[in-house]
Design a protein around this ligand. Structure first.
Ligand code: SF4
Length: 409
């Protein structure tokens, strides 16, 4: 059986790679420390702790009232809150976040009291398990928010508390591999657990979303996750991926996409203007402005020339001549009657028919070429399987390309 590295994977580790490869490198390969704590993560952590303590007591037969829940939440918040916690969305205060979290707990309590829907098996339970596909296996670690056994439905229930601002959709729940993998781990632990119910509690919306996995889906999931881990382990290009998540990333100060802009945020205006980088950008931007003006002029000239061209052709046809004399130049007129292929943008259906015909006749290779841009796009995308990408790599040459692009703030 092929074993990947001894690395212990976790949902957050894989999630980080999918979000941004450079962040993955900083965090898991270079092992750089991150001391950033955002208010969203802080509030989520406190709510998880409160529900953990609450359900531990429920497990032992003691259901605390809502006042106890709110008191726990308030005490944990005040004990742990500090000024270093980052609030990215400046329109909200820490108090707004606190109040919203409190409302989540009030709504949750009201919805599930008297908390006898199922029997609590574990809270914040660590799962260590292996996932397998064909001859490949890899080690995984995950933490379940809560595991219940429902003796009415004879089903395990995996509960996941979500305290983020996005309501999980049914499609996302049906495709979520984190809880999907946990259900596989549970079935390994309790082979008689035929069905595992997966429940996401979107606490900010007081809504639960439910899903499950069939054996075929579980197999497919393991195949996809193993494919992704192979991609991680063979990755050579840990490029940064700019996204809204950058605002919650503690590596902005070293990330090549953010290091200079972040440094410039804090310096006085006169120093800002004297910064070598700023000067270069301003010079380049000024030239770009001039270039755009010239392009506009060239476009106007070309339009004028196009009009003259029509008149020139008309004149040549009328006079039956193919060269027109001028004081410093001549114009030569070529009128050809040739066959032209349709273009994909102007006549897509005819273009497709022609392409299919060439393929059918075995002539397509004669006219098509390998398009490097398209290939790079496909390699960066997520729609080609990892084993295919591995095979195609032997045809490719690693080359450093240097381009610049002016981006308006
Ligand atoms: S700041 Fe953004 S691009 Fe840079 S490492 Fe973090 S997530 Fe990636």
């Amino acid at each position: 059986m092929e074993k990947l590295s001894n690395t212990m994977y976790s949902p957050s580790r894989i999630g980080t790679f999918s979000d941004c490869r450079l962040k993955y490198k900083y965090e898991y390969i270079d092992k750089l420390e991150s001391d950033l704590e955002t208010i969203e993560a802080f509030r989520g952590g406190i709510i998880h702790q409160v529900l953990e303590e609450f359900y531990k007591l429920v497990k032992g037969g003691l259901v605390k009232n809502i006042d106890w829940v709110i008191k726990e939440y308030t005490e944990l918040w005040s004990k742990n809150y500090n000024e270093r916690i980052k609030i990215v969305k400046k329109q909200f205060t820490a108090e707004d976040y606190f109040n919203k979290g409190k409302q989540c707990l009030l709504d949750y309590y009201e919805k599930y009291k008297p908390f006898n829907q199922a029997k609590v098996v574990a809270t914040e339970e660590q799962l260590l398990f292996a996932i397998k596909y064909n001859e490949t296996t890899c080690q995984f670690r995950g933490i379940l928010d809560r595991l219940d056994w429902n003796d009415k439905t004879n089903m395990f229930e995996i509960h996941d508390y979500k305290v983020n601002n996005k309501l999980i959709t049914q499609g996302e729940a049906d495709n979520d591999w984190q809880l999907g993998l946990y259900s596989i781990a549970l079935k390994n632990k309790w082979p008689d657990a035929d069905k595992v119910k997966l429940i996401w509690h979107s606490l900010l919306f007081n809504k639960e979303v439910v899903s499950s996995r069939t054996p075929v889906q579980a197999e497919e999931l393991q195949k996809n996750v193993i494919g992704l881990i192979k991609e991680i382990e063979s990755c050579e290009d840990f490029y940064p991926e700019k996204s809204p998540l950058c605002d919650w990333c503690d590596f902005q100060k070293i990330c090549p996409l953010w290091r200079h802009p972040k440094k410039m945020e804090d310096i006085p205006v006169n120093e800002y203007k004297n910064d070598d980088g700023v000067k270069l950008v301003e010079k380049y931007a000024a030239l770009e402005g001039t270039k755009n003006e010239l392009k506009k002029t060239i476009y106007e000239i070309e339009e004028e020339q196009a009009k003259i061209k029509e008149v020139v052709i008309e004149y040549a046809e009328k006079e039956k001549i193919s060269v027109i004399d001028g004081s410093e130049a001549q114009i030569k007129i070529d009128i050809k009657n040739e066959l032209k292929a349709p273009t994909k943008s102007e006549d897509p259906s005819n273009w497709v028919q022609l392409r299919d015909f060439l393929i059918k006749e075995g002539r397509y290779q004669d006219v098509s070429t390998v398009n490097s841009n398209m290939l790079s796009y496909k390699l960066r995308g997520k729609d080609w399987p990892a084993d295919f990408i591995e095979k195609i790599k032997k045809f490719l040459k690693r080359e450093v390309t240097k381009t610049i692009k002016l981006i308006k703030k």
